[in-house]
Design a protein around this ligand. Structure first.
Ligand code: LLP
Length: 438
């Protein structure tokens, strides 16, 4: 558990530190992570692989939260990471994360991005489509270099939170289609090219998945494909990558199977199916993003104005909002709010917690029941660590918050708070064209 309540002061604690003091010291809005919560989840995945005596790679999906500090936390744990842009790659390099442990994802990798990946000898390119495959082949031929690839396929299983749709995912912008023979075609072309080391196959079925059924279905599809590839092309995969998507609890009522339990079930299925097909156990890769960093992070806000109209629920405004967490506005995502400076109280009221952005949709939590709030209080939203800061914006030219890591009861800034100078950094003065000035 990342957060606890300190009983004498009735304050919310994260990683053993008082959130009210953190808000004072570092200012608000503030994003705080308990590093040990991230470490614990990495180790739980690694232990699950070890229990099965399977060589497993935990490849962190950087998109969930991509700053230098997270790579520096994860690197010593032996974790890999996937990146999806030059910017994520540059962040990993700047953090000193080993390029050999990076894999490059994306459905439209540019020439510049692929060149950057080759220049830095990235561990793996996860090839998504024929345009990319041919571009990569051309670049490698020009340089006379080789690189390891995984072939991303669309397994025909999509997990939309709790529902599994067998055919839906076939209609997706990502990966080679299996049914129409495109995956076979990609494999044949790649195997024929000495510049490519075809390590294996990849699939990702969705995000915020609560139980293992979808993963099991996808793993079965992938094993069918590997069996076919073995029989038809004599190809033995070294890597089976089942992607990310393990779900987390955001609010009361969310009841996900733990990420490591989901993994455990999938590994059991993989062992059984491979045995049936007499295939050797490849290295199994997972790409968790949300499950590693989501539960470890909280957002801290200071309460400012409010609007109370008789007969209506009060609006209580905080000093952040959709700029630092777009998920409620974008996905109607729900979060658990806590009044950090007064966690427990018998008298409570139901309010809307809203942000400071100029949009009616800037609602962080609808109908939150909390102890009565007043200006100056600190409100925490829990489990905000994934896809919060990474999707933050400067809408309304608000600066993005600072991010701190709490590591063994020591707080340090991993991203400083933006200033107006940062916000203006890219602007150039507009000067009237000479022609018009005359
Ligand atoms: N691997 C691939 C190829 C992915 O596309 C993703 C996420 C992951 C791994 C990591 O999935 P995770 O373990 O984090 O569920 N912005 C959305 C989530 C988008 C996920 C995109 N792909 C949100 O805020 O819920």
């Amino acid at each position: 558990m990342t957060t606890t309540v300190e009983s004498t002061k009735n304050h919310l604690m994260i990683g053993g530190m008082d959130t009210v003091k953190l808000a004072e010291q570092f200012g608000t809005p503030l994003i705080a992570y308990d590093t040990q919560d991230i470490v614990r989840q990495v180790k739980a995945f690694q232990q699950t692989f070890a229990n099965h005596r399977i060589d497993g790679i935990v490849s962190y999906a950087s998109k969930a939260f991509c700053v230098k500090g997270i790579y520096q936390l994860l690197a010593p744990l032996g974790v890999h990471a996937d990146v999806v842009s030059a910017g994520e790659m540059a962040t990993a390099f700047a953090a000193g994360f080993p390029a050999s442990r990076l894999s490059f994802h994306g459905n439209n990798k540019s020439v510049d991005e692929l060149t950057m990946a080759l220049d830095h000898h990235l561990g793996t390119i996860i090839v998504d489509n024929f345009v990319e495959l041919h571009l990569l082949q051309r670049l490698l031929q020009e340089r006379d270099e080789t690189i390891a690839i995984q072939i991303r396929v669309t397994p025909g299983v999509s997990a939309h939170t709790h529902q599994y749709i067998q055919t839906g995912q076939v209609d997706s912008k990502f990966g080679f289609d299996i049914g129409s023979g495109q995956a076979d075609q990609a494999l044949t072309e790649a195997l024929a090219d000495d510049h490519l080391e075809v390590r294996g196959v990849h699939a990702h079925i969705g995000s915020q998945i609560f139980e293992s059924t979808g993963f099991v279905m996808a793993a079965e599809k992938l094993i069918e494909l590997l069996t076919h590839w073995h029989e038809a092309f004599g190809y033995s995969a070294q890597v089976l990558n089942i992607g990310g998507g393990f779900g987390i609890k955001y609010v009361e009522g969310d009841d996900p199977q733990s990420p490591e339990d989901q993994l455990d079930t999938v590994l059991t299925t993989i062992e059984a199916r491979l045995g049936n097909h007499h295939l050797e156990m490849p290295e199994i890769w997972i790409e968790p993003g949300r499950s590693l960093v989501g539960p470890a992070g909280i957002n801290l806000y200071r309460v400012g104005a409010n609007k109370r109209v008789p007969g209506l629920l009060p609006y209580v405004a905080v000093d952040g909002g959709m700029g630092d967490n777009i998920r409620p506005a974008l996905y109607q995502a729900a979060y658990e709010p806590v009044l950090a400076n007064h966690v427990e109280d018998s008298s409570k009221e139901t309010i809307h917690i809203v942000g400071k952005y100029c949009e009616s949709g800037d609602i962080l939590v609808n109908e939150a029941t909390l102890p009565v709030t007043k200006t100056g209080d600190v409100i925490a939203l829990l489990a905000t660590g994934a896809y919060g800061y990474s999707m933050a914006s400067n809408y309304n030219r608000n600066p993005r918050p600072a991010v701190i890591f709490i590591d063994h009861k020591h707080a340090s800034v991993v991203v400083r708070r933006e200033t107006n100078r940062d916000i203006l950094a890219l602007d150039e003065d507009f000067k009237k064209s000479a022609a018009e000035a005359r």
